[in-house]
Design a protein around this ligand. Structure first.
Ligand SMILES: [Zn+2]
Length: 350
């Protein structure tokens, strides 16, 4: 086996952290175990293609490190690339492996100037001086080029997938959960069954467009897309990867083309966004603990936020808070409120 200095596959993470680039155009692509073809496309962007590709072959974008300090999924993705290259993990899909914010990964930071996962869908144009802006442009282009070669939804439904893997900053009542971008359609059964296979306990469905990478691939590339929150952040090498085994195994089954969802697997609970706390001014007072876990429930009538004349009062029998953050700038979202819609959502699956 060649060293990581010559070939990005054996240790994609180390290759990327070192800022290594292929020495020549010929060195940027090749073939590995099982006839899998690979091509290094950009820093942290690697395409893998199985020996046989036909009109129905799935295309799966796997991204990690869009937040540079969310190390466990980065390590899992790098290991998956190494296992495909060595023939230890079977590949039946086209895969685009993306280590999102390589500069922030190197710095051990979430981001350098701006949260990369708020800059997609063209929002990078609002912060042209940001060190994250050119990376958002590059990742949008890479995703579009990758999916442009995938079959259309008419020819092969659910042949385009994007799993964006993260770890959360705060504790959560559901340790592992997924965020589905707003698409205007009910969620796909294929995605929810995959999430069940990955042992994801809860799913949050957005009801407005976002500026995340998964929103971009869902809207612009027609991908079945989700953002996965797989537990809490730790430094490289200090992650207990066994806690991510469920998601890792399900990713491997997906790219191997294996059927997922063993019989009796529990579908995740599903929550839909019904409101938000909007910061009016720096006087905002959140009436929840600073470290309140995501998905903590509150009961009708409870006042969750006060800011001058503005109050957020729980209107439903039960609402749960997600991503509370009073530190945002005035005018921005200081927390989301969700309600349980498991029964109606599962009844409406397509
Ligand atoms: Zn993240």
């Amino acid at each position: 086996m060649t060293s990581s200095a010559e070939n990005p596959l054996a240790d994609f993470l180390a290759y990327t952290l070192a800022g290594t680039r292929p020495a020549s155009p010929e060195a940027a692509h090749g073939e590995c175990a099982g006839g899998v073809r690979w091509q290094w496309l950009d820093e942290g962007v690697l395409e893998l293609e199985p020996a046989r590709v036909d009109a129905t072959t799935r295309s799966v974008l796997l991204s990690a490190g869009v937040h540079g300090d969310e190390t466990a999924p980065i390590e899992l993705l790098s290991q998956l690339v190494a296992d495909i290259a060595a023939g230890r993990a079977p590949l039946a899909c086209r895969v685009l492996a993306v280590l999102g914010n390589a500069a922030a990964m190197r710095a051990g930071e979430r981001y350098l100037d701006d949260d990369l996962n708020r800059l997609f869908g063209g929002r990078h144009a609002r912060v042209p001086a940001s060190r994250e802006a050119p990376r958002a442009v590059a990742l949008e282009a890479a995703a579009q080029r990758f999916f442009a070669k995938a079959p259309s939804a008419a020819d092969a439904p659910f042949a385009r997938w994007h799993l964006d893997m993260h770890t959360a900053i705060r504790a959560s009542a559901f340790e592992q959960f997924a965020l589905l971008p707003h698409t205007g359609e009910p969620p796909a059964r294929a995605m929810l069954e995959w999430l069940a296979d990955a042992r994801i306990a809860a799913v949050l469905i957005h009801t407005e467009k976002g500026a995340t990478l998964s929103s971009f691939t869902a809207e612009t590339c027609g991908a079945l897309a989700c953002t996965l929150e797989l537990g809490k952040v730790r430094p490289f090498g200090e992650n207990d990867l066994s806690r991510f085994a469920g998601a890792d195994a399900a990713v491997r089954r997906l790219v191997a083309g294996e059927a997922s969802l063993p019989k009796g697997a529990q579908m995740p609970r599903i929550f839909t966004v019904i409101g938000q706390i909007t910061k009016q001014s720096d006087a905002l007072k959140l009436n929840v603990a600073a470290d309140v876990p995501n998905f903590t429930p509150f009961q009708r009538g409870e006042v969750l936020a006060e800011d001058g004349a503005y109050r957020y009062v729980v209107q439903h029998d039960e609402e749960r808070i997600v991503f509370p953050n009073p530190g945002v700038k005035p005018g921005l979202r200081a927390g989301l409120l969700v309600v349980d819609t498991t029964r109606e959502t599962l009844a409406a699956l397509v």
